[in-house]
Write a protein that binds this ligand. Structure first.
Ligand code: NAD
Length: 339
């Protein structure tokens, strides 16, 4: 019997990219048993919540999940299911590798960054209230020593395990002296435990400019929650866009994999978007589960199909309306053929 994994297809483009990922992972022959669970707006009527307890229970039982994106109503409605999963399961490190894929056109060659985003607190603590409705509102940003230490330690352990040389802590400690000040001081303290890995820090606005101008000077970045979210999309943009960048939410015992991108509602049901980010998230999952050979094969097959440039979706073609672009599932089929 293979490993059982909770699969949350998500909504918007989620079900399409999840199906593509599932086909590719199945084609590796490792024999994953998929336990499919639904979450998001579609289940609210039936369960009274977009994240029913049995979905979390399934992930807790299997210890590993993979999900498509789930739509969050903007400026109203229920809170993000994606954030709720990370918090409920204490998946404290969000790891988002941004690495150039040959054949994907982008500003630079050989970008190889890993963004480690704190995933449980910061601006995503969810503490917001109206002071005067319609006039003034407040949010509380939480930074703790506990959450900072473990995510920074994760970044260093990741660096060590993956032959990386530098960890950069990214913050706004010049302005937010208490919260980001604590983040920076703890990052500096944890860094002393890792004399074999270089450490520096950058203020987030300067970091964004430097990443756009000199991404090769950086390696592993560790950031509080909101900065990590923004900077990881920026880094996706450096290596070809949201269609290609995978992600992993890692806790002490549980991990949930997902693409960096969202549910891109305007493309729902069109078999149009790029499945690469979710398929590569599947490869991260295979690696996490110890199926190293299968993970390597998926990565290689994805790279081969992209480098060949024929069976790829619209976003990887020279122009967005290229008539030779293929659909989501056709690209997955090409990757399976390359496996
Ligand atoms: P988005 O990532 O869904 O889409 C932004 C744009 O990126 C799209 O319009 C499209 O041009 C491009 N894009 C995204 N995925 C792509 C793919 N696979 N292939 C090709 N192009 C792709 O971001 P958004 O529009 O800001 O958010 C839409 C919804 O997704 C919101 O409800 C948001 O809350 C949610 N969201 C969910 C997650 C998650 O599930 N973890 C993450 C981000 C956003």
């Amino acid at each position: 019997m293979g490993q059982t994994v909770t699969l949350i297809p998500g909504d918007g483009i989620g079900p399409e990219v999840s199906e593509a990922m599932r086909r590719v992972v199945d084609a590796t022959g490792v024999g994953i048993e998929w336990e499919v669970q639904e979450a998001g707006a579609a289940v609210v009527e039936e369960y009274g919540t977009p994240l029913p307890e049995h979905v979390l229970e399934s992930i807790r039982r299997n210890k590993v999940g993979i999900k498509g994106p789930i739509t969050t109503p903007i400026g109203k409605g229920f809170r993000s299911v994606n954030v709720a999963i990370r918090k409920a399961l204490d998946l404290y490190a969000n790891v988002r590798p941004a690495k150039t894929i040959p054949g994907v056109s982008s500003r630079y060659e050989d970008v190889d960054l890993v963004i480690v985003r704190e995933n449980t607190e910061g601006m995503y603590a969810g503490i917001e209230h109206d002071v005067i409705p319609g006039e003034a509102a407040e949010a509380v940003r939480i930074i703790t020593r506990h959450a900072t230490d473990r995510v920074v330690r994760f970044a260093f352990e990741y660096a060590r395990a993956n032959g990386r040389k530098l960890v950069t802590a990214v913050h706004k400690a010049n302005i937010m002296k208490l919260t980001d000040g604590l983040f920076l001081r703890r990052a500096e303290a944890v860094a002393t435990e890792y004399p074999d890995i270089a450490f520096n820090d950058r203020i987030v606005d300067n970091m964004c400019m430097q990443l756009v101008q000199r991404p090769h000077e950086y390696d592993v970045l560790v950031l509080p929650n909101l900065f990590g979210d923004i900077v990881s999309d920026l880094c996706s943009g450096l290596v070809g866009g949201l269609g290609v960048t995978p992600g992993a939410n890692i806790g002490a015992e549980i991990a949930v994999f997902e693409p960096v991108h969202g549910s891109a509602p305007k493309y729902t049901g069109q078999n149009k978007v790029n499945p690469t980010a979710t398929i590569r998230s599947g490869a991260l999952m295979l690696r996490f589960l110890g199926y190293i050979d299968a993970a390597d094969r998926v990565e290689r097959a994805v790279s081969e199909v992209i480098a060949a440039g024929d069976a790829v979706t619209y976003d990887l073609k020279p122009t967005r309306d290229d008539p030779t672009a293929v659909g989501t599932l056709e690209m997955a089929d090409a990757i399976i053929a390359a496996l």
